[in-house]
Design a protein. Structure first.
Ligand code: DX5
Ligand code: ZN
Length: 226
């Protein structure tokens, strides 16, 4: 898989045509799919859960990057594995024992992600880096699509990259989520993100054209000019 990826967030999809839109994403050569699960407790809103993931898994080869905005997510690790998640990203703020939750995700055969709300510092992860495949830096307060990028995020992405190299964890993926569009994508790529989530910027308007224009920006990083 390429290091830099676009991970379209289906929260902004037209759920009447979800299967068709996912096929379009797959044909447009994306490899990742960002799946936002909201429980109405950790965040105010409720999105969708296991039955939807299970249905789309039957017809998709994409890498299912499942972002759990769910309180005490350890309760559901096994169920999401059974539905076909490839990676489970849990919020540091939602776990009473983050290390144990990460161990549980790995022992169920999935990759681990940890999401940090805008106010949570990257230092909370320092002692857990050997259990983390991806860090998700939230660039909006989680809960809704279509919000504006919080500019402080860029500094946090740089801090995280510094921490990853200082601790010998350069291979850990850095995801950014919230308010990413053609105006903000260059900034987050430069600041160190390599997995770029976009919801409204992908699904509002022409899906194929939106993916192409975002993907072009990302591909510069996969194939830097010499
Ligand atoms: C927000 C979700 C995001 C959301 C991003 O809580 O985690 O994944 O879908 O939507 P946009 O790209 O519209 O900000
Ligand atoms: Zn998300």
């Amino acid at each position: 898989m390429q290091k830099y990826q676009l991970s379209p967030s289906i929260l902004a999809a037209d759920f009447n045509r979800l299967g068709e839109q996912i096929q379009t994403i797959e044909r447009a050569k994306c490899q990742w799919l960002h799946i936002d699960v909201m429980d109405g407790t950790f965040v105010p809103s409720i999105s969708f859960g296991m039955p939807v993931i299970k249905s789309i898994r039957r017809e998709s080869q994409l890498y299912f990057d499942v972002h759990l905005m769910v309180q005490d997510p350890e309760r559901y690790v096994k169920s999401f594995q059974e539905c076909g998640a490839d990676m489970l990203t849990v919020h540091a703020e939602a776990c009473s024992d983050l290390g144990a939750t990460l161990d549980l995700i790995r022992s169920n055969g999935m990759q681990t992600g940890v999401a940090l709300n805008p106010k949570t510092p990257v230092s909370v992860l320092e002692h857990l880096m050997d259990r983390i495949d991806m860090v998700l830096i939230m660039s909006v307060n989680p809960g809704f699509g279509g919000q504006s990028y919080l500019p402080d995020t860029s500094r946090k992405l740089r801090d995280l990259r510094r921490m990853l190299s200082a601790t010998g964890n350069e291979e850990v993926d850095v995801q950014v989520d919230g308010g990413i569009n053609l105006d903000t994508i260059d900034e987050v790529l430069t600041a160190g993100a390599n997995i770029i989530v976009a919801g409204s910027a992908v699904f509002n308007g022409d899906l194929v054209h939106n993916i192409q224009t975002l993907q072009e920006k990302i591909d510069h990083y996969n194939h830097p000019a010499v």
